[in-house]
Design a protein around this ligand. Sequence first.
Ligand code: SF4
Ligand code: SF4
Length: 438
Amino acid sequence: MMQTLKNLIQKAGVVGAGGAGFPTHVKLADNIETILINGTECEPLLKTDFYLLCEERDRLESALQTLVEQTGAKNGVIGIKKHTAELLGMTEEVTHGSISYRFTGDIYPSGDEVVLIQETLNKTVPAGRLPISVGVVVMNVETLYNVANALEDTPVTHKFLTVGGKTDKTYVMKVPVGTPVSHIFKSLNITVPQNCTVLDGGPMMGNIINPNTAVVTKTTKSLLLIEDNTLCIRLKTRSLADALHRASGNCCGCRMCTDMCPRYLMGYPIEPHKIVQRLSAKATDTKTFMGAFYCSNCGVCQTIACPQNISPNRLFARVKAELIKNGVKAEMAEQSTVIAERVYRRVPVKRLVNRLGVRKYYRDEYEFIEIPNPSQVTIPFKQHIGAPGEAVVKVGDSVTVGQLIIRPKENALGANIHSSVNGRVTQVTEASIMITVS
Ligand code: SF4
Ligand code: SF4
């Protein structure tokens, strides 16, 4: 049963839709106790998962039930914010058979899977280990939606996303994978102002994209127009050289970055203030820097904690890359013990949006909108963790929605990718396949 399930999910090309893009079939191990659905959507301004929870709740619960039964897990848990639960009409944590809901506060980063596991299941994933080490597999709401489709032998061809920020309204939509971002903006009559930057993802962990060239992939979460003078964009456009310059000599050793770090508070061996200070001192010992392996890049240290405007997380990405280049690997703890103060040091999202300068874009309401299909889609070979796949179609081929066009290379980690439209292949490059809609 488990193998049939895995085959269906693999065939449908399901990957983590929350941003990471890990192939979902690979996550389904034999020793799962709990399948935990991340419905917290902890980044501010995003509405996609909330939309799916409102509109597809029965189908999501049913898919989770099937996952639980076919993987042999003990239960399925849907983790959502208390605020979301109230909007869904739930006044208390409910259980239907082996499926239950658990509530979190409106805190950041509740979507970090180790934080979510702690908040909802009261289990601590040891530092350096995967959630399966405590019997848990985590997937986000849209990934579960795609699993529901996979169970009906329907592949991933479309993506739900939020469009918001400096727009008239917040929109939720479903578009074919490969849709140009410019087509979405044009359909919504949105012109990106000169003083705005477009993010794919939330204000904390989202990436800056070029709206003229970017396309929607299986991991595109949102398109947010954010003004350049907000802290959100100023931090994202800070160069590494600037981040290094600020760190050297400016750290007052207050250790706020450490005391607020969600991974340190999980009992992980990461002390950002020490890494910053050792970097400033141009130290080369590996031991202190090993902590960078446990950084989730949540950004709490630079956005909320540091009074000196230092960006520890920007430095840690570089440190981690250097360690990996030198063959150093993260150490795996047998056990990690949560620091008692953790519960008092959660970051309220309301505080975060004020700090980031994005409160003005914060809306409870959204509009689900359908836009016309684009005349052309560009489907990248790499939309997941692992290696880029290889084309199984060539220029001139006719394709239909759901037809396999890219498969993983032999023995490589990857996922199938399907055509999102009916049309003809008009270009195949090293990076993508272009399909002109018929
Ligand atoms: S980004 Fe900063 S706060 Fe977040 S895990 Fe990394 S060091 Fe800790
Ligand atoms: S919060 Fe900033 S100033 Fe304080 S120890 Fe960390 S990096 Fe240094």
